[in-house]
Design a protein around this ligand. Structure first.
Ligand code: WT7
Length: 679
C-alpha cells in the first residue's frame, strides 16, 4: 500500500463536543509525548493502567500492578479482589442506577399490523441484580455449584444468557459459552474440554422468521459427552419459543421450574474473587483442529473493559448503546454484557437477523430507541449497503454519535457508506481491532483525538494508550512504514488472556514463540503501519478464515471433512467474498468407489453443518479434485490454491510455494484449474 493510496478523510467534528471522561487525556498540551510515554515507558504505562484500575470498584486493592516475573503468564493487579457480577449490578446500584434501564431486549418476530416488535422486555439494574441473584441461589442450593466450577451455556440471544453469566460470576463460578450456530459435535468437544456438569440452553429461538431448535442439539451433545466419559448431570432449558422438544426427566429441568420456589428477594453474598483468578473460558479457532480455550482474568479484564468503554465509546449517562454481535463470541462477552453493564449503560439486545422482516430492521431499531453508540461488523454493513440508500434515509438516525466496526478488515467503500449513512459524516467512527485472546479493543479512533489523529477510512487507527503494537518481519524486526508484516503486541495488556485452558505449553507455542528471542504476542494477522503510525490490519496470516467475521480454522474444516466416508483428503482455503469477506473453498479428493456429483457436494455440506455447525455450511464451495497439490515435504500448497481461486495465471504460480518444483506447481495448477472449470 503506497502512502498516496491512503486517503485522509477528515477530522472528527465531535471535537466540538468535548468527550465526557473526567480524565481528559485529550486536553493534555503534550498529548503526543504523553501518549508515546504510555507505550514506551514501562513505568508510565503501569501508572496509566493503575489510574484506570482506581476507577472501578475493588473489595481489596492490588499490591502489584503487573507481575511479569513468569512470562508469558503475566498477571495484572495481583492481590486485588473484585467480582464481575458485583461490578455489573451491585456497584451500579450503589452509584444511583437502581432504576436505570440496563437492558432493552427485542425479539425478532414483528407485528405487521401494529408495526412494532411482538416482544420487548426491559430490565433495570435492579431487575438484573434480583434475577441473577435468584439464579445464583438456585445454582448454589439445588445444584451445588461452587466457586471454580465451569458451566456451559449454549444459548441464543435472550436476556437469560447475561443473567446466567452474572449468576455464575456472583458465585465465583466460570462460564464457557458455545455459540448457538455450532453443532452438537462442536458443543460436546467444548463441554468435554471444560469438564461441564451443567449445560444451560433454550428450546429454540427465532431467526429470519423461522424457529431454530437447540434442545435436540444439546441432547445429541450430551450423548457424545457420555460416550467420552463425561456425564452431564443437568440440562437447564429456557422456554423461548414454546415449541415441542424432546425431554429427558432424569437430566432436564425447565428454567422457570428451576427458580420457581426461590424467594424473589433472595440475596447471595458475592464471592470476592482474586484479580488473577479466571472469569471464563471461550473457545476459539487456530491452525490445528482442536479449538483453544482462551482463559480470561477478572481484575485486568474488568479494568480493560471499563477503560475501553470510556475511551473508545466515550460513554455518557444518557447513552443508548447497541452492539449487534452475538454473546456467543468475545465481542458479546466484552461489549454486550460486561463492558456496558460495568459502565452503567442502557443497552439494546436484539434476538434476530438484520433483515427481518425487511432490510431496514436495524435502522428501525436505532430510530425507535434513539441509539447513540452503535457497534457492528463489516459483513453486516456490506450486506445492508446492497439495498437502496432510501431504506436508511427513511429513518432518523441523528441520535447516533459514535459508530465503530469490528471483526474483520473493513474495506474503505464499506467504511464510507457506514460513515455517510449512519454517521452523517460528522461523527466518530473507526474499525476497532482486537481478538478473542486480547479480551478488549486494542486499537481504534478515540473521540476527542480527531485533531491529532485524523480519520482514514479502512484503517484500525492507533493502539490505545498503554498498549504496544508493532508490525514485524520474520525476524521480529519492525517493518518500514507501508511494508507488510506480522502484527504483534510487544508487551502485556490488562485484558489479555491468562493462558489456554489446561494447555499452558500450547499457549506459549502458539502465541509467544513466533519471534525468536522476543517475548512478543503473535496475533496471526498481517498488517501495515503507515507513515503516520496508523495500523492497517489486512487479514489473517495463518490458516484461519474469517467467514462473515466468524473465526474458523481450515484445519477444523479439513478434519471434519475427513470424517465423511466418501472423503479421502481435502484442502480448505479462503475464497474472497464481496459481502462475507471470505468463504470456505474446499478441494476434495474422493475415496475409490465414489464419484463427484452435485448430490455428494450437497451431502458434504450437510455433513459440515452437522459436525461444525451452520456457521460454516452456507456459502461453502466443494470442488472435487484428483489430488491435493503438496510440496515435497508434504505440505498442502495453500498459497497456490488461493491464488488459483483468485484467478492467478499459470505464469504466476511457479514461484508461489517454497520447496516445490516449477513443474509440480504447473501440474497442480492445471489439475485444479480443470476441476474449477468442471464446477
Ligand atoms: C481476528 C480475531 C474481536 C472481536 C471479534 C473477532 C480480525 C478483528 C478487526 C478489525 C481487521 C479484524 C483479525 C483478528 N479482526 N477485528 N477491526 N480489522 N481485522 O474476534 O473471532 O477472535 O477474531 O479478527 O484477523 O485476528 P476473533
Amino acid at each position: 500500500m503506497s502512502k498516496e493510496s491512503i486517503e485522509v478523510y477528515k477530522e472528527f467534528e465531535t471535537d466540538i463536543i468535548p468527550p465526557s471522561w473526567k480524565d481528559r487525556i485529550w486536553d493534555k498540551k503534550d498529548f503526543k509525548e504523553w501518549y508515546e510515554s504510555t507505550v514506551k515507558d514501562k513505568k508510565a504505562k503501569e501508572e496509566w493502567w493503575e489510574k484506570r484500575a482506581n476507577e472501578i470498584f475493588w473489595f481489596k486493592k492490588w499490591n502489584k500492578v503487573l507481575d511479569d516475573s513468569n512470562p508469558p503468564f503475566y498477571r495484572w493487579f495481583v492481590g486485588g479482589e473484585t467480582n464481575l457480577a458485583y461490578l455489573a449490578t451491585d456497584w451500579q446500584i450503589a452509584q444511583g442506577r437502581k432504576n436505570k434501564l440496563a437492558l432493552i431486549w427485542e425479539g425478532e418476530p414483528w407485528d405487521e399490523a401494529l408495526q412494532q416488535p411482538k416482544e420487548v422486555r426491559k430490565f433495570t439494574y435492579y431487575d438484573i441484580h434480583r434475577i441473577s441473584n435468584v439464579i445464583s441461589y438456585a445454582l448454589k442450593e439445588k445444584l451445588k455449584v461452587k466457586k471454580g466450577e465451569i458451566l456451559t451455556f449454549y444459548l441464543p440471544m435472550i436476556p437469560e444468557l447475561p443473567f446466567y453469566m452474572l449468576a455464575a460470576q456472583r458465585l465465583g463460578a466460570k462460564h464457557s459459552i458455545v455459540y448457538s450456530g455450532f453443532s452438537a459435535d462442536a458443543l460436546a468437544t467444548r463441554a468435554i474440554d471444560g469438564g461441564a456438569r451443567i449445560i444451560v440452553t433454550a428450546d429454540g429461538f427465532y431467526r429470519r422468521g423461522r424457529i431454530i431448535s437447540l434442545k435436540p442439539i444439546v441432547d445429541e451433545a450430551v450423548k457424545i459427552c457420555a460416550q467420552n466419559g463425561l456425564k452431564i448431570e443437568k440440562v437447564i432449558v429456557i422456554k423461548r419459543t414454546g415449541q415441542d422438544i424432546p425431554w429427558n426427566n432424569e437430566t432436564d429441568v425447565w428454567h422457570h421450574e428451576f427458580i420457581k420456589d426461590v424467594p424473589q428477594n433472595v440475596h447471595i453474598l458475592v464471592e470476592k474473587c482474586g484479580s488473577e483468578d479466571f472469569s471464563y473460558i471461550l473457545y476459539t479457532s487456530g491452525t490445528t483442529a482442536a479449538p483453544k480455550g482462551a482463559q480470561h482474568s477478572i481484575g485486568g479484564y474488568a479494568v480493560a473493559l471499563y477503560t475501553t468503554m470510556k475511551l473508545i465509546f466515550d460513554v455518557r449517562e444518557d447513552d443508548i448503546y447497541w452492539c449487534t454481535a452475538d454473546i456467543g463470541w468475545v465481542t458479546g462477552h466484552s461489549y454486550i454484557v460486561y463492558g456496558p453493564l460495568m459502565a452503567g449503560l442502557t443497552s439494546i439486545m436484539y434476538e434476530g437477523a438484520p433483515d427481518c422482516p425487511g432490510p431496514d430492521r436495524w435502522w428501525n431499531i436505532i430510530q425507535r430507541y434513539g441509539v447513540t453508540i452503535f457497534y457492528t461488523t463489516p459483513t453486516a454493513i456490506r450486506m445492508l449497503m446492497k439495498f437502496p440508500e432510501e431504506l436508511v434515509r427513511k429513518y432518523d438516525l441523528s441520535t447516533v454519535r459514535i459508530c465503530h466496526s469490528v471483526g474483520e478488515p473493513i474495506n474503505p467503500e464499506a467504511f464510507k457508506w457506514y460513515y455517510k449513512n449512519i454517521g452523517r459524516e460528522d461523527i466518530v467512527a473507526s474499525s476497532t481491532w482486537w481478538m478473542t485472546e486480547t479480551g478488549q479493543m486494542l486499537t481504534g479512533h478515540f473521540p476527542g483525538l480527531g485533531k491529532i489523529f485524523p480519520l482514514k477510512p479502512g484503517t484500525n487507527g492507533y493502539p490505545i494508550p498503554g498498549v504496544t503494537m508493532e508490525v514485524l518481519d520474520d525476524d521480529g524486526n519492525p517493518c518500514k512504514p507501508g511494508v507488510r508484516g506480522y502484527l504483534a503486541i510487544t508487551s502485556p495488556w490488562p485484558g489479555m488472556l491468562m493462558t489456554l485452558y489446561k494447555s499452558p505449553q500450547r499457549y506459549i507455542d502458539v502465541y509467544w514463540s513466533r519471534f525468536k528471542g522476543k517475548m512478543y504476542f503473535y496475533t496471526g494477522d498481517f498488517a501495515i503501519k503507515d507513515q503516520d503510525g496508523y495500523i492497517w490490519v489486512l487479514g489473517r496470516a495463518d490458516d484461519v478464515l474469517k467467514v462473515a467475521g466468524h473465526r474458523i480454522g481450515t484445519a477444523e474444516i479439513e478434519s471434519a471433512m475427513i470424517k465423511h466416508p466418501a472423503v479421502a483428503e481435502s484442502a480448505c482455503v479462503g475464497k474472497e467474498d464481496p459481502v462475507k469477506g471470505q468463504t470456505p473453498f474446499i478441494f476434495t479428493v474422493l475415496k475409490q468407489g465414489y464419484s463427484p456429483s452435485q448430490e455428494l457436494a450437497n451431502e458434504l455440506k450437510m455433513h459440515l453443518r452437522n459436525t461444525i455447525g451452520p456457521l460454516v455450511a452456507s456459502d461453502t464451495t466443494i470442488a472435487f479434485v484428483d489430488s491435493v497439490p503438496k510440496t515435497r515435504s508434504g505440505k498442502i500448497m495453500r498459497r497456490l490454491l488461493k491464488a488459483i481461486i483468485a484467478g492467478a495465471t499459470l505464469g504466476d504460480v511457479s514461484t508461489l510455494e517454497d520447496g516445490v518444483a516449477v513443474e509440480e506447481a504447473k501440474k497442480a495448477y492445471e489439475s485444479v484449474k480443470a476441476a474449477l472449470e468442471r464446477k
